[in-house]
Design a protein around this ligand. Structure first.
Ligand SMILES: [Zn+2]
Length: 200
């Protein structure tokens, strides 16, 4: 069996539109996660869920709850992990961090939706399609280099310093070219979710 024509045209297991439609279809999960994140806001805790794909169908993975300022999203137990939805603490527009882009692409995940407490504590969700720009490739390469060194020589003072610098860098906002916004959902001053970007 060869690679299907469809796969050759689109090497990703899911399109940006299909990803957005799937998340839009799971708005009650966005509500639950937003509520959970809001309750844990004081401790700076984020929550998330993986989005899984098998035979072209998308489904939710297990929910993950982070510790202070770290969130590890459990990969899907079956199928491919194609992305995730997770919260960011604080108000403002939902933007991915550089760590979101680099961490996702390192594991072959191309999509993220970020939930933030927009303005006036109403949730805003923006979904992004991550791209391997030269800048991002360079950062992934640096991360892999530090990892290799750590495995070879252990946690020397130099490795520790480089790791710290790398961790700090990951909290910065992602460069715009590496994260294309695919869709935005918000509940601004209303009970109903609204959608910007293509509707199903
Ligand atoms: Zn994030």
């Amino acid at each position: 069996m060869g690679v299907s024509l469809e796969k050759m045209k689109n090497p990703l297991p899911v399109t940006q539109e299909a990803f957005c439609d799937f998340v839009w279809g799971n708005r009650e999960v966005l509500d639950e996660m937003f509520k959970e994140a809001k309750e844990a806001r004081e401790e700076g805790i984020e929550v998330g869920v993986a989005i899984c794909e098998e035979d072209g169908a998308l489904f939710l993975g297990e929910r993950s709850k982070g510790e202070k300022h770290t969130l590890h999203i459990e990969p899907c137990r079956k199928g491919n992990t194609v992305g995730d939805v997770h919260t960011h603490t604080g108000v403002g527009l939902p933007e991915p961090s550089l760590g979101d882009v680099v961490g996702s692409l390192h594991y072959g995940r191309h999509f993220n939706c970020i939930i933030s407490e927009g303005l006036l504590w109403s949730p805003i969700v923006s979904c992004y399609h991550f791209k391997r720009t030269p800048e991002v490739k360079e950062i992934i390469r640096t991360g892999e280099e530090i990892e290799r060194e750590y495995k070879q020589v252990g946690l020397t003072a130099d490795v520790e310093r480089r790791l710290e610098e790398f961790e700090k860098l990951k909290h910065d906002a992602a460069p715009k070219e590496s994260a294309e916004r695919a869709c935005t959902f918000s509940k601004f001053l209303g009970e109903e979710w609204g959608r910007q970007g293509k509707s199903p």
